[in-house]
Design a binder for this molecule. Structure first.
Ligand code: HEC
Length: 337
């Protein structure tokens, strides 16, 4: 069954409640619905929907004909580097764009890859500099007259010199190298730097870095934090308001698995060798009782933490694991009086 974007939400929640009803209540009581989950060709995130976990609306990151944002999101370092998505796709200067907490990806149709928007340059163009400095401690860019007529390597050297007195910021700026990524491509050129007393802020074209000199709830003294520039872009309407609204997921967090198919897979991929034909347990633990949450089940199969062999997507798909979970759950039901 394919559930599309247009799938009526009443039916969706009905399906969801059916799935939930099929699972032992005990396990769900402790753990709320998963905050993010796999969807066809992508992944769906509710973490940034602004509801603090109270709604299942969110933002999908997908690969499709228009753009491969899921692939590029991972390429750019995924969650640790870009944070969660904070917008739907939108059009920006003729390109397809999507905002994440720490940057905005722009899809380049010709290169068939994405790059990060020079979002602080764009915010400057939209007249946001004084707001940024007064309310968000983001310094304006230097005028950079010395760049005029210079070759690129001189321009780069001019801008990198901003980091000379701040080794902690330089380390954070160049950290991308450890992951094989070009810091200039990732952050843009350093453009401005200012010491605000408790925090020193360096503004690059694509990202801004804060060096905290005092202990704060979000950073220790001496720690460098990358500013959530994507959130600033949202606040300052560089992201169109319509695209800022979270939407319903194309498939619910617990897509209904096919228990019959799951039974076959459970046999054929060898799960039953260790877990028993009816998942009653053997070398591995019994599964029927307490493994009901798809995210945890998926993780246990993809990244087991003991002697169980890991099953990659080349051996069994996410949907296959859903099917096995449905089979395991159907066993749990049979056992009930
Ligand atoms: C070679 C034996 C073996 C095979 C094959 C195997 N498992 Fe396991 N499994 C284990 C063991 C042992 C554990 C306990 C954790 C560990 O040691 O990794 C486990 C743990 C699990 C858990 C976590 C259970 C819990 O409650 O903590 C799940 C879920 C699971 N297996 C599912 C599967 C599925 C699905 C398959 C087939 C795709 C499979 N296993 C194949 C041995 C196996």
């Amino acid at each position: 069954m394919t559930l599309t974007n247009n799938f009526p939400s009443c039916l969706r929640s009905l399906l969801l409640s059916l799935v939930l009803a099929a699972a032992p209540v005990r396990a769900y009581a402790a753990e709320a619905v998963v905050p993010d989950w796999a969807i066809p060709m992508g992944h769906f995130y509710t973490q940034t929907n602004g509801s603090g976990g109270a709604s299942d609306l969110g933002f999908a990151v997908v690969d499709d004909e228009a753009a491969r944002f899921l692939t590029e999101f991972r390429q750019f370092g995924g969650l640790p580097a870009l944070g969660y998505p904070v917008s739907q796709r939108f059009q920006h200067g003729g390109l397809t764009a999507q905002a994440f907490q720490k940057g905005i990806l722009l899809w380049d149709d010709v290169a068939q890859s994405a790059h990060l928007m020079n979002l602080f340059d764009e915010l400057a163009r939209s007249g946001a500099d004084s707001f940024l400095e007064t309310h968000r401690f983001i310094p304006p860019s230097e005028p950079w007259h010395e760049d005029t007529g210079q070759p690129w390597h001189v321009v780069v050297a001019n801008h990198l010199a901003l980091l000379d007195d701040y080794p902690e910021i330089a380390r954070a700026y160049f950290a991308e190298r450890q992951h094989g990524r070009d810091p200039i491509v990732h952050n843009g050129l350093p453009m401005g730097l200012r010491d605000y007393g408790s925090v020193v802020v360096m503004r690059a074209q694509r990202r801004a870095f804060q060096l905290w000199k005092v202990e704060t709830p979000w950073a220790g003294a001496g720690e460098v934090v990358v500013v959530n520039g994507g959130d600033l872009a949202k606040e300052l309407n560089l992201v169109p308001t319509a695209a800022q609204e979270p939407t319903a997921a194309p498939v619910p967090p617990f897509e209904i698995g096919d228990a019959e198919q799951g039974n076959i897979l459970f046999r054929d991929t060898g799960c039953m060798l260790c877990h028993g034909l009816k998942a009653e347990g053997g070398i591995g633990p019994a599964l029927a009782e307490d493994t009901v949450e798809f995210g945890a089940f998926l993780a246990a199969v993809r990244r087991p933490d003991g002697t169980m062999p890991a099953y990659g997507a080349d051996i069994i798909t996410d949907q296959g694991i859903r099917d096995i979970l449905a089979y395991v759950q159907s066993l749990g039901q049979d056992d009930e009086p």
